[in-house]
Write a protein that binds this ligand. Structure first.
Ligand code: XMP
Length: 317
């Protein structure tokens, strides 16, 4: 039977045999997968693991700094890189979801590549790829179906000439969490909902501007904090907000407003492959909606997504 202790013991030994005294570079995303992969490899090879954490300007509010701090507390050799401007500039005017993903993937590789080149003699690229990523990206390459190009799978440019190591490739999310718990990873990171690599860019329907990111960060923050304080955060698999390219009429005092609509999405799931919309209490939704409309300038309407996957996906893009 599979146990996290057994998995860690075997994997750490395999990683030591495989990597030896080579240097490894790994891109941290703030998510569970890359963090667990990093800690496993760190356990195997220590300071020869060089982690890079890129601020793409599409993360949740305050997330870059708080996650960077936790990585440093975990003893990881990590460098934080502010590349917000590169990402915003590459995204300017793009509205197609796949083009947005491609642009983000391309800039990520450029930034990452530049950083990796500064590490002398690096031989390996480590990735936190897990089993469901492998399946979903295979279908991208299928003859007629296009799901989504997960930019963290196989997105390695040839010129980097690095060997790839993916220690979590056979695991499901719940197993990754168990491994992380056994490795004593900060609960802030471990119990965190999945968050897509392209971040808020695929939750802003249409083109991306820093102003829209700012609006969505505030909305998302209210929603996620409310889930936490109500004890509902761990009851859902994933939650977030979408900024819609729709304006709607509202009233404030005796003024007519014409502002943005946001959609809240929360789902229950075991692996993200199928999902049901989370039946959050009406009282909770009412409070979140009021708080968003009262506090976030530019939003005058909140809706709740009651679609399951399939046929709807978790993200809107
Ligand atoms: P969907 O929207 O396909 O999402 O139901 C399933 C899970 O995958 C995440 N997701 C992504 N993760 N790059 C990622 O790293 C992506 O392009 C991407 N698209 C969706 C989504 O957040 C959910 O957890």
């Amino acid at each position: 039977d599979w146990t996290p202790d057994q998995f860690i013991e075997t994997t750490v030994q395999e990683l030591r045999d495989l990597i030896g005294n080579d240097k490894v570079v790994l891109g941290l995303s703030g998510g569970v997968d890359s963090s667990v992969a990093a800690m496993l490899i760190h356990q195997a090879i220590g300071k020869n693991l060089y982690c890079i954490f890129v601020d793409n300007g599409l993360l949740r509010q305050n997330e870059f700094q708080s996650v960077l701090d936790s990585y440093q507390h975990m003893g990881l050799n990590v460098k934080g890189v502010d590349a917000k401007a590169n990402f915003y500039s590459a995204l300017t005017g793009l509205t197609d979801p796949e083009l947005k993903r491609k642009a983000i993937g391309r800039v990520f590789i450029e930034v990452f590549d530049e950083e990796a080149h500064q590490i002398e003699d690096v031989k390996w690229l480590a990735q936190g790829t897990i089993y469901p990523d492998v399946i979903e990206s295979v279908s991208v390459k299928g003859p007629s179906v296009t799901i989504k190009s997960h930019h963290n799978v196989g997105g390695l440019p040839d010129y980097m000439k690095l060997k790839v190591v993916e220690p979590l490739k056979a695991l499901f999310k719940d197993e990754v969490r168990l491994v992380g718990k056994t490795l004593n990873i900060d609960d802030l990171i471990l119990s965190r909902h999945p968050f897509p690599g392209p971040g808020l860019a695929i939750r802003i329907i249409g083109d991306i501007t820093p102003q829209k990111v700012h609006i969505l960060q505030q909305v998302d923050h209210i929603f996620i904090q409310s889930l936490r304080t109500s004890g509902l955060y761990n009851e859902v698999w994933q939650a977030g907000a979408m900024l819609l390219p729709v304006q709607s009429v509202g009233v404030m005092g005796d003024e007519r407003t014409y502002e943005n609509v946001v959609a809240l999405r929360a789902v229950t799931s075991v692996d993200g492959m199928t999902a049901d919309w989370a039946h959050l209490p009406y009282e909770f939704l009412a409070n979140v909606s009021n708080e968003i409309i009262n506090k976030v300038k530019g939003v005058n309407r909140v809706v709740y997504d009651i679609s399951s996957k399939p046929p709807a996906t978790i993200e809107w893009e």
